[in-house]
Design a protein around this ligand. Structure first.
Ligand code: AMP
Length: 218
């Protein structure tokens, strides 16, 4: 049974790796950022409450995110495992997740940490563009938007930049990451529970290293 947590700074590519691995393992890819963005699009109370934090690159309050995670982990498709991407993000959330798992009689299998230098993260995030319709991700330098960007839904892609990928929000997200998530990484390191991967490597290489590490860890 796979119960995995992906940890790492914004822009490290953990979402891309998470999507591929979760599909392969047949478990849900649970990204708290994606759940919050969807709530915001739908104009739910949670989404509207989260908006100001997200736009500024700050963390949404722990209690709000915990409720989302609790609801999602209790759904049927999460019974045979899950991959959490972007949660937990600080020590308190790490404790809350442990509490939730204890309640459910479950345990974490692996915590995978993707490392990358800050200068590379800024380059990746500031050039990132997404299609609003099909969710495809492009990059102005590394994965340019095709001239006639064909959307999976048919027609042309509707390209936009995430509001929190603006320069000021990026810098804040990175400093929030250091301050909030840094201690959580240290905590898992101390528990010998961490698989560390080089997130600066090309996508395919990171994917191979991820699968090798998981197979070795058993
Ligand atoms: P992400 O897509 O993971 O970069 O998340 C985008 C934004 O959603 C973050 O900058 C936060 O504002 C919010 N968010 C996502 N996950 C969490 C979390 N675990 N705790 C608090 N806020 C979160």
């Amino acid at each position: 049974m796979s119960r995995l947590v992906f940890l790492g700074p914004p822009g490290v590519g953990k979402g891309t790796q998470a999507a591929g691995l979760a599909q392969e393992l047949g478990i849900p890819h649970i990204s708290t950022g994606a759940i919050l963005r969807e709530a915001l699009e739908q104009g739910t109370t949670t989404g509207l409450e989260a908006k100001k934090f997200m736009d500024a690159g700050e963390l949404v309050p722990d209690s709000v995110v915990l409720q989302l995670v609790r609801d999602r982990l209790s759904q049927d498709d999460a019974r045979s495992g899950w991959l959490l991407d972007g949660y937990p993000r600080n020590l308190e959330q790490g404790q809350a997740l442990q509490g939730l798992l204890d309640e459910m009689g479950e345990s974490l299998e692996h915590v995978i940490y993707f490392e990358c230098a800050e200068s590379e993260l800024v380059r990746r995030l500031s050039g990132r563009r997404t299609c609003k319709t099909c969710g495809a991700t492009f990059h102005v330098e590394y994965a340019p938007i095709p001239e006639k960007g064909q959307c999976e839904a048919g027609g042309e892609c509707d390209i936009h930049q995430r509001s929190d990928d603006a320069e000021e929000a990026i810098l804040n997200r990175l400093s929030v990451y250091q301050r909030e998530t840094g201690p959580l990484v240290e905590h898992y390191k101390g528990q010998d529970q961490l698989v560390i991967l080089d997130g600066a490597a090309p996508i395919e290489e990171v994917g191979t290293a991820l699968r090798t590490a998981l197979n070795q860890a058993g």
